[in-house]
Ligand binder design. Structure first.
Ligand code: ZN
Length: 285
């Protein structure tokens, strides 16, 4: 038997043994009983959870901050001849949009020069315990409502202290107005917006006492319309001034529990970026 033939036999035997082994393993027969790595067990538990997309679909014309131009889409290359401005045979679009568009991340540098840009936010900060501060009933009665320490205390009576390192989302159900830009702005007859927002006392408690990592809301702005209509964005400056990121224009917070879910906030690593559309979802028990 030549060396080549010996090697061929060896390869054939390996394949047969490998296939036999795989069949035994597939049948759950004689596979060795090895403990699975703990992270994979944790992943299996996560995958058995309920996935809730906290992201609005976006494109041109969606509700946005009043000072921004609309998003534009150009097809550079289309599948069929004539469909693209530069050619055809495949599909490539160019998007022109303000970074802070749709459900999006605001980097700290969005408000404070020298603080972190989008690419400098650590991936570790993108997977966090989700705390939902639910004030939607109060907002239904009063669209100018902002959360009070009573709301925080009520949450903590039910679930204990808000954990350090959490992502706290303010549930107002304002997202149900999407994609109606006028309903989102909610201007009165005098052109004054009536929209909910955060409050400084609650944000200070969350960031300075409870040491949360990030926060988010369903409205376009951190500050209520009563403040933004006067050019007052002090609450957004406060959050971003902590070198924390925030997510704006969240949705589906009514489908997540107040506590016990995990939130993932992912966004592209744009060098020097002010903000960017984000994909945010919760995994609920
Ligand atoms: Zn923003």
């Amino acid at each position: 038997m030549s060396r080549v033939e010996v090697r061929g036999l060896f390869i054939l035997a390996s394949i047969l043994l490998g296939a036999g082994g795989a069949m035994i393993w597939a049948r759950g027969g004689d596979a060795p009983n090895v403990a699975r790595p703990p992270l994979l067990e944790a992943l299996e538990r996560l995958q058995a959870g309920r996935f809730v997309d906290l992201t609005h679909p976006f494109g041109p014309g969606v509700p946005h901050w009043k000072g921004l131009p609309d998003m534009e889409v150009e097809t550079l290359y289309g599948h069929a001849p004539g469909e693209g401005s530069m050619g055809s045979g495949f599909f490539i679009q160019r998007y022109s949009l303000a970074g802070n568009w749709g459900t999006h991340v605001d980097s700290p540098a969005h408000f404070v020069k020298g603080l972190r840009t989008v690419d400098q936010i650590e991936v570790r900060e993108m997977v966090l315990p989700l705390v939902v501060l639910d004030v939607h009933e109060a907002v239904r009665r009063d669209p100018d409502y902002v959360p009070t320490m009573d709301d925080v205390r009520a949450w903590e009576e039910r679930h204990g202290a808000i954990p350090a390192g959490s992502f706290v989302a303010l549930r107002t159900d304002w997202s149900k107005r999407w994609p109606d830009a006028d309903a989102f702005r909610n201007l009165d007859a005098d052109g004054v917006p009536h929209t909910p927002g955060w409050s400084l006392e609650v944000l200070k408690c969350l960031y300075e006492v409870r040491k949360v990592t990030a926060s988010g809301h369903e409205t376009i702005d951190t500050d209520p319309g009563s403040a933004t209509s006067k050019g007052d964005y002090a609450l957004e400056a406060y959050v971003l001034g902590r070198n924390a990121y925030q997510i704006e224009l969240l949705t589906n917070l009514d489908r997540t529990p107040e506590f016990g879910a995990v939130v993932v906030s992912a966004f592209p690593k744009l060098v020097g970026g002010s903000g960017f559309p984000a994909r945010v979802f919760a995994i609920a028990p």
